[in-house]
Design a binder for this molecule. Structure first.
Ligand code: URA
Length: 215
């Protein structure tokens, strides 16, 4: 699996990650969501650099030139609910994309291993498409793995990209074992690890709650 970490390069990503992590800035819910959207847009721009293009002529009022345009718009599949604000950045960047949504949640039970359940899905055909799977927080990796396994019924994409704002090494390791070797993982930042409740440290807290309020 190819792994790309946006915070290893200088740029806006650092301003955005600071604001996403800082509790004082997080209190402004609109700004928190906007920052996830901005980070999604930056990651989308990186992914776009590697997608296949064809040169297309364009005639302006003053002359003509040729521009490398994406051969096809990608399919964006987003894990609800925390993924929504992050997704918006990808949807803004890939304005012609088809979009799919999957609801995944943790079934919390004392002393039991973490179980992930899926409760909603609306997905387009993925056959031959460039798939971008969007989930802001890659913690244990169990939700993304469950979602990925569920996608097999919707056709074989030609390329697979996973996009996350912040990841823990445990989740990255699971995806490396379980997803196709040619897939790519695009991260805003790779953090230290998970705490006892499977939250990313230092992370930013619960992204879904920060976007939408506590459940
Ligand atoms: N989901 C979150 O929102 N935050 C984490 O740290 C892990 C999973």
């Amino acid at each position: 699996m190819n792994i790309f970490q946006l915070n290893q390069t200088p740029g806006l990503v650092h301003q955005i990650l600071f604001q996403l992590r800082d509790p004082d800035t997080q209190r402004d819910r609109l700004r928190f969501k906007f920052n996830l959207t901005r980070l999604g847009f930056l990651l989308a721009a990186e992914i776009a650099k590697g997608l296949p293009t064809d040169l297309k002529p364009v005639q302006t009022v003053l002359g003509s030139t040729r521009i490398p345009l994406l051969q096809q718009a990608p399919v964006l599949v987003t894990v609800l609910r925390a993924g929504l604000a992050f997704y918006q950045g990808f949807a803004d960047a890939f304005d012609q994309a088809d979009s799919g949504f999957i609801g995944a949640y943790r079934v919390e039970s004392e002393g039991e291993p973490l179980e992930i359940a899926l409760n909603y899905q609306a997905l387009p055909d993925l056959t031959g498409r460039d798939l971008i799977l969007i989930d802001p927080m890659l913690a244990t990796g169990q939700s993304l793995l469950k979602v990925w396994q569920n996608l097999s019924a919707y056709g074989q994409p030609r390329s697979v990209h996973i996009a996350c704002a912040i990841a823990a090494p445990e989740g990255v390791a699971l995806l490396q074992q379980q997803l196709p070797a040619q897939s790519s993982l695009w991260l805003g930042a790779l953090d230290q690890g998970l705490n006892g409740k499977a939250y990313i440290v230092p992370g930013l807290g619960d992204a879904g709650d920060l976007c939408f309020g506590s459940k």
